[in-house]
Design a protein around this ligand. Structure first.
Ligand code: AMP
Length: 283
């Protein structure tokens, strides 16, 4: 596995592969890799001749009071996982190379970026879209793999890719969970033992909402009430939001019809968790 540290080197490597006709699959991450990331890498491995994983804790997507400095960075462990998963190149650029002095251009996906998590993390999705577009330009992949765990992020990247004619196939990958239902996240390490044991109730609440949607005459507000009832019982929880939305526009669902998604964000102590599930309606 090749370790790449600069955008120039990455572009050169990618150009060589493309010249030979090799397809490139790309998995962008912030590191602290777990089985969720591994599932994306394995899918990329199956579908492409070359696989690139990036590890970049992107300063642009963290707010001033967020966890940028304490975000876990277990690089040697991550490198081992990539090696064992037959990754061709691990791309780990320095922030100064990604954002050199004078850097001034950002990308904003209108509308979608200000909803849901965007209301609680102003500027977050601008940071995400900007870094993903830059990484796409550096890696020039045929396919890029994103987890449904970050459903709003996936939706925004898909829209950006379409709006800017990037010609990259954005591949959504299902959320990998612990046996008790908690979605795997690099941030789960922040949870105290008590918080960790209560955390699966978040997913149980979403499940309760989805179950409600299958009942005849159920309305969106019943789905949300059923989810909230379970999630609100988590000791010490603070709910940022629980919303039932259209899976494409992310607009609040007015009826139980079409492709819907139940999404939420909660705080447990100092840790913020997000999760979401599809909602299948009765008709
Ligand atoms: P991150 O390192 O948190 O930025 O995540 C990198 C990629 O892994 C994103 O596309 C995430 O959606 C995806 N990912 C994170 N957690 C999971 C999970 N539990 N299951 C599937 N994909 C995930």
């Amino acid at each position: 596995m090749k370790l790449i540290r600069t955008p120039d080197e990455m572009q050169e490597m990618s150009a060589q592969w493309r010249k030979k006709g090799d397809s490139i699959g790309f998995v962008p991450t912030m590191g602290a890799l777990h089985e969720g990331h591994r599932s994306l890498i394995q899918r990329a491995r199956r579908e492409n001749r070359k696989v690139v994983v990036s590890i970049f804790v992107n300063p642009l997507q963290f707010g001033p009071a967020e966890d940028f400095t304490r975000y876990p960075r277990p690089f040697y462990q991550d490198r081992r996982m990539c090696d064992a998963s037959f990754v061709d190149a691990l791309y780990r650029p320095d922030p100064e190379r990604v954002y050199p002095d004078g850097f001034a251009t950002t990308v904003e996906v209108g509308g979608l970026s200000s909803l849901l998590d965007g209301e609680f993390r102003p500027g977050h999705f601008k940071g995400v879209a900007t870094v993903v577009l830059k990484l796409f330009q550096q890696v020039r992949p045929d396919r890029a793999y994103f987890g449904e765990k970050d459903f709003q992020q996936l939706t925004i990247i898909r829209r950006m890719t379409r709006d800017l004619d990037l010609g990259i196939d954005v591949v959504p990958c299902p959320t990998v969970r612990e046996r008790d239902g908690l979605a795997l996240s690099s941030r789960n390490v922040y949870l105290s033992p008590q918080e960790r044991s209560a955390a699966p109730k978040f997913h149980q609440g979403l499940d309760a909402g989805a179950a409600e949607a299958k009942k005849s005459r159920a309305k969106p507000k019943d789905v949300l009430a059923a989810a909230r009832k379970v999630v609100a019982r988590i000791p010490g929880v603070s709910i940022d939001y629980l919303r039932l939305v259209d899976a494409d526009s992310l607009a609040d669902a007015e009826r139980l019809r079409g492709r819907l998604r139940l999404l939420g964000a909660i705080r447990l102590g100092r840790t913020r968790l997000i999760d979401n599930i599809p909602v299948i309606c009765k008709d």
